[in-house]
Design a protein. Structure first.
Length: 347
């Protein structure tokens, strides 16, 4: 028998070297697009003070829209629930805030910044608690029976919104409601020819805090890990002993509370409003959620900034196109990125 040559080539049984796993890439293009949009608007507007005023106002408006839409994108993207009744929570949050106008009048009328912030925090806390409880009841009554059926979700949540708005009218009446700004955050900071309203800066600060909080919660906490894992592989998470159903109910409740927070900020901004305060911005919220990417907090944030900037600049330059400018932005973004600016992957 011939001996096997030791130099004969044999298939290697050693495992190939593992390639380094790629890190998560950060897509900076949408953010750069917003900065470019702001820069391009300067020569078009022509006046630096006007440009600064429009830009700061747009950022404040964008932050408030982001707060209202963030709960909607969580429910849409993570729970796959088309909750078109989300605007009702905005209205309930705004109306709940008016209940504290009387008890907090000394703080609201005080010239102290700390007193004003304390009043705003108290109003926000009550409104978020009320809308969170309402969100839990709403999910039990209206959403739970129609999980997995988008058509029924649309019809039932619109009907639920109408019911809630009518109940609000029964409790508060049909007259316009008043939510006066605290005296300390009225007026503007003046820098030469540039005037920046104080409350707009408060709105920007609150919006940034909400964005940071949501981002950290979803990406840096155990509950955030469970939420994202439940979206990608629900059966596996349940096999590990976690109740994904309960986690998603918590997401819905949190989204409702965020709508209440947004309702308070928007009502303070408006100072006078009706029960339609949420329905008036529902289309904008839907556009923000769509162009941002369903379930993406970062996409919602960037989308809100983009929509607010476009609305303010176009309203100033071409008022006749203000109503359609948001639709045009959505069309351009979806032609560029059909799944939104920051789509999340679902498996």
């Amino acid at each position: 028998m011939a001996a096997i040559s030791p130099t004969a080539e044999e298939p290697s049984t050693a495992p190939p070297a593992l390639e380094a796993l790629p890190g998560r890439t950060r897509d900076m293009v949408p953010g750069i697009l917003i900065l470019a949009f702001i820069a391009i608007a300067l020569p078009i507007v022509g006046s630096v003070p006007t440009w600064v005023t429009l830009t700061v106002a747009a950022l404040a408006m964008g932050m408030m829209l982001f707060i209202m839409a963030s709960g909607l994108t969580l429910v849409f993207g993570l729970m796959d629930v088309m909750n078109l009744g989300h605007a009702a929570f905005v209205a309930v949050g705004a109306y709940t805030a008016t209940l504290l106008v009387g008890p907090l009048q000394p703080l609201l009328a005080s010239g102290s910044v700390w007193a004003a912030l304390a009043a705003i925090v108290a109003v926000i806390a009550l409104s978020m608690w009320v809308t969170a409880v309402l969100g839990w009841v709403y999910e039990r009554l209206f959403v739970k029976p129609v999980y997995g059926d988008h058509l029924k979700q649309i019809l039932i949540t619109i009907g639920a919104m109408i019911i809630i708005e009518q109940l609000v009218l029964v409790l508060f009446g049909a007259n316009q409601m008043l939510l006066p700004l605290p005296e300390a955050v009225r007026g503007s900071f003046v820098f030469g020819d540039i005037a920046v309203e104080r409350y707009r800066l408060v709105a920007v600060a609150v919006g940034v805090l909400v964005f940071i909080g949501l981002t950290l919660m979803l990406n840096r906490t155990r509950i955030g890990l469970l939420i994202r894992a439940g979206v990608e592989n629900r059966s596996m998470v349940e096999a590990l002993g976690y109740r994904v159903r309960g986690i998603f109910v918590g997401v819905f409740v949190a989204g409702s509370a965020l709508a209440g927070l947004g309702g308070v900020m928007w009502a303070f901004y408006r100072e006078q409003f009706t029960v339609a305060i949420g329905a008036e911005v529902l289309v904008q919220m839907l556009i923000i959620v769509i162009i941002g990417g369903l379930g993406s907090v970062t996409g919602c944030f960037v989308g809100a900034m983009l929509i607010a900037l476009c609305t303010n600049y176009v309203s100033f330059l071409l008022p006749d196109l203000a109503l359609v400018s948001n639709i045009l932005v959505m069309m351009v973004v979806l032609l560029w990125r059909p799944q939104g600016l920051y789509p999340i992957d679902k498996h």
